[in-house]
Design a binder for this molecule. Structure first.
Ligand code: BES
Ligand code: MN
Ligand code: ZN
Length: 500
């Protein structure tokens, strides 16, 4: 897809389609008004005849003659007073979806015209970034094991129109960022949707290797089980103990910032399938545990995003990856292991495995003396109970970092909600036989927080945040599929970090 700015006056725009906004008050503004007048009050008539009511996501394609553009695409944008980025995104997505299903090759979006101030740098950046991201959102298709999912999308060029104004730098950067974030989000979805018999730890490593090979500031290290054993990663190894499929610790370094600047560390849970192990999960919906590597896929997506944009940042991406399956060599409930940090762990439930692989990954990450550490994990079913599919669970030992991540979620509509990590919760994970237990031994409440408290024991004094994405990383039911979250919020965070 080619993304560009178009600074032609509206009646001189050459394109297959012009996208224009219609609000539910029926009042025409900006581009909609101009285009209607230029076409004999065409849009006014549509509204008058109730052929479009301006409902959010509603679309109408109207062919026109004698103009440099061939079609007008009316896009419902809901209530004018409530026009938010979220509504803009919904409008753009439904319009692009509609256009791409017809055989039109090019489109210029003027949805914002008359509503938003495109000459405001921040607005310009958001409008164009969301436009580019939206294309990648609707054009994602999972075809690896179902070829008939392939849609033939004819659209080749998407432009954002300025109606004669000079396109600002922010407008172009927004398109560039949106393109890279959108593509990376497609990768996150793809890896999530792949079944566990394809998407193995080794497969994840091969994807990371390919990404790193394209940027000379990036390097990759993949640790095998022998190397992990030497490093004392017995917590991680206890999870893979029942599996034939080899575990991998994938570490990508990206050094593209100031030489002495400490790296930002991103860590993602990479359980390529979670059966629960000996503490076996019930069969119902167990297939969804192929998504238990969505923290890992987002980490790899972020690696792709920063390398493609060549962001001026130092960052390290760490993915502990393995399967959690039962067998005669699997870890047994009550087993005690010594983690890489030296802390001993009583494994009371082998289904609380994410924290076990993250413990060693978090310890290992400190080797890079990071500025801060953020981990993402489909960690607890309790998070789905608490926050559902809307907010990710955010936990942190740093108010400042938590605040920043919260804000990134708000600006990108990839929202989080903070949960407390106070001592009372940490007191729930005591063990009579080890330094810590991997589940609560003092009541069953606060499962998401006790998991967070467990992780906190492995981050030392580093500024750290944990994002529990169990409820947001994939959708269930008829629309089953990975969502690509939390790419939006995390790409925002890394882009911001690259500017400091
Ligand atoms: N991967 C799961 C968490 C999960 C469950 C995510 C359902 C999304 C949907 C994790 O490894 C797990 O099994 N957690 C246990 C922890 C419990 C044993 C303390 C859980 O949430 O049941
Ligand atoms: Mn589990
Ligand atoms: Zn899991």
């Amino acid at each position: 897809m080619k993304f560009a700015t178009n600074n032609k006056k509206i009646n001189e725009i050459k394109s297959d389609c012009l996208m224009i906004s219609v609000f539910n008050d029926g009042k025409l503004r900006g581009a909609a008004k101009l285009v209607s007048t230029a076409n004999g009050k065409l849009i006014d008539d549509f509204i008058k005849n109730k052929d479009i009511q301006g409902k959010i996501g509603q679309t109408r394609i109207i062919p026109v003659t004698g103009k440099s553009y061939k079609r007008i695409v009316l896009v419902g944008c809901g209530k004018y007073e409530n026009f938010s980025q979220k509504n803009y995104r919904r409008a753009v997505i439904s319009a692009l979806n509609k256009i791409s299903k017809s055989n039109h090759k090019s489109v210029v979006s003027l949805i914002h015209d008359g509503v938003e101030k495109i000459d405001n740098p921040k607005k310009a950046y958001r409008l164009s970034r969301v436009l580019a991201e939206s294309w990648h959102s609707i054009s994602y298709q999972y075809t690896t094991t179902k070829e008939s999912n392939k849609k033939n999308l004819g659209l080749r060029k998407i432009e954002i129109g300025t109606n004669g104004k000079k396109a600002t730098r922010d407008l172009k950067i927004g398109l560039e960022h949106g393109d890279a974030i959108g593509k990376a989000t497609q990768l996150v979805k793809h890896l999530g949707d792949l079944p566990a018999n394809i998407c193995t730890p080794s497969y994840l490593a091969s994807v990371a290797r390919k990404i790193v090979s394209k940027n000379k500031s990036a390097t990759l290290k993949v640790l095998n089980e022998v190397q992990m054993k030497k490093l004392g990663m017995n917590s991680l190894l206890s999870v893979t103990a029942g599996a034939k499929e080899p575990a991998k610790m994938i570490i990508a370094e990206f050094k593209n910032g100031p030489k002495n600047q400490k790296p930002v560390a991103v860590v993602g849970k990479g359980i390529t399938f979670d059966t629960g192990g000996i503490s076996l999960k019930p069969s119902n919906k167990m297939d969804e545990m192929k998504y238990d590597m969505c923290g890992a896929s987002t980490t790899i997506g972020l690696l792709q995003m920063v390398t493609e944009l060549n962001l001026p940042i130092n960052a390290v991406f760490v993915v502990p990856a393995c399967e959690n399956v039962p067998s005669s060599t699997a870890t047994l409930p009550g087993d005690v292991v010594k983690s890489m940090s030296g802390t001993t762990i009583e494994i009371l439930n082998t289904d609380a495995e994410g924290r076990l692989i993250l413990a060693d990954a978090l310890t290992y990450t400190q080797k890079y003396k990071p500025k801060l550490i953020i981990d993402m994990a489909t960690l607890t079913g309790a998070c789905v109970v608490a926050l559902g599919a809307h907010h990710s669970g955010l936990m942190s030992n740093s108010d400042q970092l938590a605040e920043k991540l919260f804000e990134c979620g708000q600006t990108t509509d990839d929202v989080t909600w903070r949960l407390p990590l106070t001592e009372e919760y940490a007191d729930q994970i005591v063990s009579n036989f080890a330094d810590v237990a991997n589940i609560s031994t003092r009541g069953s409440g606060a499962g998401t927080i006790t998991a967070g408290c467990f992780l906190q024991k492995f981050v030392g004094d580093y500024d750290w945040a944990h994002i529990d994405i169990a409820g947001v990383a994939w959708a269930e039911g008829a629309n089953k599929g990975a969502t690509g979250r939390p790419m939006g919020l995390m790409s925002e965070f890394l882009i911001n970090e690259s500017k400091t």
